[in-house]
Design a protein around this ligand. Structure first.
Ligand SMILES: Cc1cc2nc3c(=O)[nH]c(=O)nc-3n(C[C@H](O)[C@H](O)[C@H](O)COP(=O)(O)O)c2cc1C
Length: 183
């Protein structure tokens, strides 16, 4: 089964989770990168970023090589920004449609899970959502063991999603053959 892990990150927390998932599953991994970097979190920058989120802006992103149709299962990861997903996904989903895929969503934030993944799921309603995972800023944990525990927890979650997707794929294949060969 072909798996893609898509993510975006500014400070590395979501990247760490994405990498942990991709390593566990042997998946392809791709980072959505803004053309104009986020330049710190001062008052005016934060105001600008808040507007990007509330007005559903589409910041420019660098081109990418993958095609969602090449994958059976796609994980999509985002840092939580103002209780929503990162605006680079507005740009991405404007350029490509991810539909009729099995998907799973993950996020990192400074607080426990809010509405970000629900909002992201709503944008991806034409796909089959197999699950969501949220954790608090893993790489900023004081204790390295805690970072490791969270990243392992994320990978374990991803493996259960993978197993479920594989089971579904087998059942779909069985149904398809039953229709074609009528056995
Ligand atoms: C502009 C901005 C807005 C944020 N808003 C929220 C928020 O509403 N809720 C939350 O839990 N964390 C919020 N955070 C914290 C980030 O979600 C958190 O640090 C995340 O792990 C960053 O991911 P990254 O290291 O991959 O960039 C915000 C961070 C930034 C920069």
């Amino acid at each position: 089964m072909k798996v893609l892990v898509l993510y975006t990150t500014v400070d590395g927390n979501t990247a760490a989770v994405a990498k942990s998932i991709a390593d566990r599953l042997g998946a392809d991994i791709s980072k959505i990168v803004r053309v104009k970097k986020v330049k710190g979190y001062g008052f005016f920058n934060n105001l600008k970023l808040r507007m990007e989120v509330s007005r559903k802006k589409k910041p420019d992103i660098f081109p990418f090589k993958w095609d969602p149709r090449d994958y059976d299962l796609i994980f999509i990861g985002t840092p939580v920004w103002y209780d929503s997903y990162n605006p680079v996904y507005n740009t991405l989903f404007n350029v490509i449609k991810i539909y009729d895929r099995k998907i799973a969503l993950f996020s990192t934030g400074e607080k426990p899970e809010g509405k970000a993944l629900k909002k992201l799921a709503a944008v991806l309603e034409d796909s089959v959502l197999l699950g969501t995972y949220h954790c608090i800023e893993p790489i900023w944990e004081d204790d390295e063991k805690e970072t490791e525990r969270i990243l392992n927890e994320a990978a374990d979650w991803a493996k259960t999603i993978y197993d479920e997707a594989e089971k579904m794929k087998e059942e779909e294949e069985f149904k398809r053959r039953k229709t074609i060969y009528k056995y």
